[in-house]
Ligand binder design. Structure first.
Ligand code: GTP
Ligand code: MG
Length: 200
């Protein structure tokens, strides 16, 4: 897919005020600092479309971007940073969950996982929640450039092992590096194929 146009549309906390759901949409979610905004910039080949920061918690709203007038991309706030609390409802902002439940054109949620660290409870919980609520998702492992060959294999294997405790089969998984552009073709290819399934 060639990205001819990528533009910021709006920021929101209310799913009802998001852009009209006339195009297929993909949401990017994951723990703070996992590399959501960097991945969005890498995919769109725009250096500063989404704000990148070394400080966790940069993205606090649902940010919508319009790509090629063909699809929407939503950058969601990171979870598991600002509030350490017991219930899922407060761990993931309520408005983010509302968005995931109600957005009719949401084709798929990309759950970003930092490839360097061992499986985190909060990510596993979030995917479990998506499974229960029938929110479609795939996994994108980020920051692969920080791993050597052996770690790449080991860490992904470890992840699959942990997931297999709860899942009979795995969702699609993509390996990415925003530094190196790894995974770009595969992820955009997936979006292109999925766009074809959208019926307005
Ligand atoms: P919040 O908006 O705070 O939730 O963070 P985010 O998930 O959007 O992360 P962001 O893209 O801002 O990146 C966080 C930090 O990780 C920044 O310092 C990035 O430069 C770094 N980073 C992101 N992706 C990569 C990657 O693929 N490789 C490397 N080496 N660093 C990365
Ligand atoms: Mg961000």
């Amino acid at each position: 897919m060639v990205i001819k146009e990528a533009k910021f549309l709006m920021s929101n906390t209310d799913w009802q005020k998001c852009p009209k759901p006339v195009l297929p949409e993909y949401a990017f979610i994951g723990r703070s600092n996992v590399g959501k905004s960097s991945l969005i910039n890498m995919l769109t080949e725009r250096r500063a479309l989404a704000k990148v920061s070394g400080t966790p918690g940069k993205t606090l709203l649902i940010n919508h971007f319009g790509i090629n007038n063909e699809w929407y991309l939503a950058d969601l706030p990171g979870y598991g940073y600002a509030k350490v609390s017991k219930t899922l409802r407060t761990k993931f902002q309520n408005f983010t969950l509302q968005y995931l439940h109600h957005r009719p054109n949401l084709m798929c949620t990309f759950v970003l996982i930092d490839s360097r660290i061992k499986p985190q409870k909060i990510d596993i919980e979030f995917m479990e929640y998506c499974g229960e609520k029938k929110i479609p998702f795939v996994i994108i492992f980020t920051k692969m450039d920080k791993l050597n060959q052996r770690e790449k294999i080991e860490n992904i294997e470890k992840y699959k092992e942990t997931m297999s405790e709860q899942w009979a089969s795995f969702p699609p998984m993509f390996l990415s590096s925003s530094e190196k552009g790894t995974g770009r073709e595969d992820i955009l290819g997936f979006i292109e194929e999925t766009n074809a399934l959208f019926h307005n």
